[in-house]
Design a protein. Structure first.
Length: 300
């Protein structure tokens, strides 16, 4: 489908082609698009949310188009914003590549990273991209598995760095980076919760959220059956959206279609889920750790 791109420009600028996009503003715009939030983008680019908003406003004024739809819950790109995003990513990428050539880190070596599937999809790709920009000589091997297996790989020396979810005390010494409440979620208006035994959507064995759900139900004497199993939370979300089951998931995954199971259904509390980071003290693991901590805290 063809997009209609507005070409309205600020008055008094007879030669718009000679104007230059501000690289810092382009970097901020990319951060907003990748994090979905002015607040999280501000943390990434080390500016205040008001400064980030001002940068976007000036960028929109310069281009003569609206780039973002803003509401109380999220930020969405306009058609013009989608077009700019491609250009902005290329500009920022070329700049970072050039800086790496002249000021790249001398640190080299290998990094073996282990993480669960959900974090491997949501957090790890962006962090690996930033690691490549700041430390281009580090070679990274990634292993995605359950949180239980991730911790075992670290103990056995098969991973330099472990990034994992845990709803109870971790098996290894690790930094608690951030946490949020686990919630029972269901499709809005769904009827799966009415079934007995309770149908569950869970991840594979060894997943912290799966273990928390089963422990809570067994402790409360509530009968259940595993109706759907998936490697990632997105598979569980799909099952909930189809009203096949309920699931124990971070509360942040609730939206207009997925809601918390009402209290009158009597499902037991689940506690909090934590994201932990463990590293072996190697220079490559520490280099990655310096990138990951600010991102996770901004999400919290």
């Amino acid at each position: 489908m063809d997009q209609e791109i507005s070409t309205n420009r600020p008055s008094g600028d007879p030669h718009p082609a000679t104007r230059t996009l501000n690289l810092d503003a382009a970097r901020t715009f990319v951060a907003i698009c990748e994090t979905g939030s002015f607040r999280r983008a501000a943390a990434r680019v080390n500016r205040s949310p008001s400064a980030v908003s001002l940068q976007v406003g000036k960028l929109e004024e310069q281009l003569g188009v609206r780039l973002l739809h803003r509401d109380a819950r999220r930020v969405r790109l306009t058609d013009q914003g989608e077009v700019l995003l491609g250009f902005a990513r290329r500009l920022v990428g070329i700049s970072d590549e050039a800086m790496a050539v002249f000021h790249g880190s001398p640190l080299s070596g290998s990094l073996r990273l282990a993480a669960p599937h959900d974090l491997g999809v949501s957090l790890v790709p962006g962090l690996l991209r930033r690691l490549a920009e700041t430390h281009p000589r580090i070679r990274v091997d990634v292993r995605l598995d359950s949180s239980e297996t991730v911790q075992r790989l670290f103990v056995e020396g098969d991973a330099n760095l472990a990034l994992f979810n845990e709803a109870s005390t971790p098996q290894i010494p690790a930094r608690d980076l951030f946490s949020e409440e686990l919630r029972w979620l269901m499709r809005d208006g769904g009827r799966a919760v009415e079934q007995d035994p309770l149908p569950l959507a869970v991840a594979q064995m060894g997943c912290a959220w799966r273990d928390a759900a089963l422990r809570a139900l067994e402790g409360a004497g509530r009968s259940y059956r595993v109706a759907y199993s998936s490697d990632t939370s997105m598979g569980q979300v799909a099952a909930l959206s189809a009203d096949l089951a309920v699931a124990a998931l971070p509360g942040s995954l609730a939206d207009r279609d997925l809601v918390e199971v009402p209290e009158h259904w009597g499902l037991p509390p689940l506690g909090r889920t934590h994201i932990y980071l463990a590293d072996d003290g190697s220079d490559t693991a520490k280099a990655f750790a310096t990138l990951i901590t600010p991102d996770l805290r901004s999400i919290a």
